[in-house]
Design a protein. Structure first.
Length: 587
């Protein structure tokens, strides 16, 4: 290999390691790698910045705005509610949830779609006295399967489209991916319907676990009238830094202060609700001015002015790596964390000192308006509280449906390229006041867009340095004895492996130059190779961290990593088999 190829390989490996160990935000790691390659002369300026002039990130950004409008107005809710069955107990509930999920995610970017549907599906499951953990992982997998049916189903498809245009290949048709994706979607849905009831039988959402295990960590104490705490603040009364428990709320009968703040003034007969372990109440027993509220010490947190919410921490959350105390969670979000769930288990350590990770689910006690304030921010994904239904329809629903339909038709029939159709639809959402400019800006996932733009520079380095040819030569020599299908198999397995380790978009852009070089060396249709990479890069079914939608449901569903492996492995094998078999047949 040349010196440039070795440098590129080292930079790519360093980025991969950084992504796997979650060293920094993916966009920062990827862009830093591009800067290093630029400074070392592997890339020139146009190559390094090629992603910022490519249509892909702009198309994805426009689709994020369109998806935000759909979420805000509830534009697709009538369809999903009709298919899922909102009255009575639906027959075959998993089937009725999965079908609209696959269909709808084919026409809506699956990341914002899942973010919108998690509260919907959770509320739908509660109405049927079913645990949402039975449905949230199938929701994510169904959205991934739907995303490989059309050009706009996932950002990965648009990334591959942009790279194809860079190398002179004709753009993908709107439904072209569906020729390979439809058999996978049907087979994957069948696997989910058959296997998930057994695999997810023990899944428990944090809300369910909270209700079932409430005796473990909710304690009520009463402020003694005329005692040393009557008239004192929480801070001065010494109730801020207790061992093993913390003060979550103050119930005054006609009102509730939740969460309790350091300057909250305590009054006689106030009921103080503490969260912690029942076997760690020594601090409370030693506090003068408090007495047990009743013989039944444990009572579920509820009352006027307070609600439970579950929130899920995503990859791009600013909370990842921090603890609750360091970020001042209670004052910053006006919410008290009463439990943290990780990998389906409630953490037993002191909550304020837990370092948060992507996929964690936090159970919060806060006011009922919490969801409205934070439902469309990147800090976390808000799941609706158990006692409340989803938000009502917002104005602008029919305008949103019309613009969405127009965008799809214009792109599907070749009237406009997908970039122009998406940008026009996004701008009209703002012009017609479906979204405010601030809401449109908040809809943009800058980390995803940054990864896409920077990864084009990495892909250019892999190709220009000759590294793609070297890797392709190794794949052809290893799998070439099996013919065209063998070379495709090597590319598909490598892409699936990468997408489980790093972001799906980065995996697609890194593997596409290798795939095209392999196609040239093995005599495979390069267009078919591009389709193989697009579908394989979206096929993340084995881990909760390989794809954003899997991370979104990890905490709220109360899942373990083994749940992903057991349910996802057969689907992954199906993807590899179908792509390897169908690409030579169709191309």
């Amino acid at each position: 290999m040349s010196a440039e190829a070795w440098i590129t390989l080292l930079v790519v490996v360093a980025i991969l390691v950084g992504l796997v160990v979650d060293l920094a935000m993916p966009s920062l790691l990827t862009f830093s790698g591009v800067v290093v390659l630029l400074l070392l002369g592997v890339l020139d300026v146009p190559q390094a910045l090629s992603g910022f002039s490519n249509p892909a990130p702009f198309t994805v950004g426009a689709l994020f705005i369109v998806a935000r409008a759909i979420s805000k107005t509830g534009a697709i809710r009538p369809l999903t509610q009709a298919l899922m069955g909102q009255r009575g107990r639906a027959q075959r509930p998993l089937f009725r949830m999965l079908v609209p999920t696959i269909f709808t995610s084919a026409f809506m970017n699956n990341i914002p779609f899942v973010a919108m549907m998690v509260p919907e599906v959770s509320a739908w499951a509660r109405k049927r006295n079913a645990d949402a953990g039975r449905f949230l992982l199938p929701l994510s997998y169904g959205a991934i399967l739907g995303g490989i049916l059309t050009l706009i189903g996932t950002s990965t498809n648009l990334v591959v489209l942009g790279q194809m245009e860079e190398v002179g290949l004709a753009p993908l048709g709107f439904f072209e991916l569906g020729r390979v994706g439809l058999p996978i979607a049907i087979g994957g849905a069948a696997i989910i319907l058959v296997m998930s009831p057994r695999v997810l039988a023990r899944a428990r959402t944090p809300e369910s676990a909270l209700t079932e295990g409430i005796r473990d960590f909710t304690i009520e104490m009463t402020v003694v009238p005329g005692g040393p705490l009557d008239g004192s603040t929480v801070e001065l009364g010494g109730l801020r830094h207790l061992s093993g428990v913390f003060l979550a709320s103050v119930d005054r009968g006609d009102s509730m202060v939740a969460p309790a703040r350091p300057n909250t003034v305590l009054r006689g007969r106030d009921i103080l609700r503490f969260v912690g372990r029942v076997d760690q109440i020594l601090d409370l027993q030693a506090t003068k001015g408090l007495e047990h509220a009743s013989h039944d010490l444990i009572r579920q947190l509820s009352g006027p002015g307070a609600s439970y919410f579950t929130v899920a921490i995503g990859h791009d959350s600013p909370l990842v790596g921090s603890d609750l105390k360091a970020i001042g969670f209670r004052s910053r979000y006006q919410a008290a964390v009463v439990a943290i769930h990780r990998a389906g288990t409630r953490l037993e350590s002191k909550l304020g000192e837990v370092s948060l990770r992507a996929g964690d689910a936090l159970v919060l006690l806060t006011d009922p308006d919490f969801g409205r304030r934070w439902s469309h921010r990147h800090d976390f994904l808000v799941v609706s509280p158990a006692e409340e239904s989803v938000e009502p329809f917002a104005p602008g629903r029919w305008r949103t449906v019309t613009l969405l339909g127009g965008m799809i038709l214009a792109s599907a029939f070749g009237l406009l390229p997908i970039l122009q159709a998406a940008v026009i639809a996004a701008l009209l959402m703002i012009v017609l006041r479906v979204l405010t400019p601030d809401e449109a800006l908040q809809a943009l996932d800058m980390d995803v867009l940054g990864v896409i733009a920077a990864s084009f520079g990495l892909a250019a380095a892999v190709e220009a340095s000759g590294l793609a040819d070297v890797i392709a030569g190794g794949l052809v020599s290893t799998f070439g004895g099996l013919g065209e299908a063998g070379v495709i198999l090597g590319i598909v397995v490598a892409t699936v492996t990468l997408t489980e380790l790093i972001t799906n978009n980065a995996a697609a852009l890194l593997m596409l130059p290798v795939a095209l070089s392999s196609a040239s060396a093995a005599g495979v249709n390069p267009r078919g190779m591009a389709v193989a990479v697009a579908i394989s890069a979206s096929a993340s079914f084995l881990t909760p961290l390989g794809y954003q939608t899997n991370t979104m449901v990890y905490g709220p569903g109360g899942y373990r990593v083994s749940d992903y492996v057991r349910l996802g492995a057969p689907i992954t094998i199906l993807v590899i088999a179908c792509v390897t078999w169908l690409i030579p047949v169709l191309y």
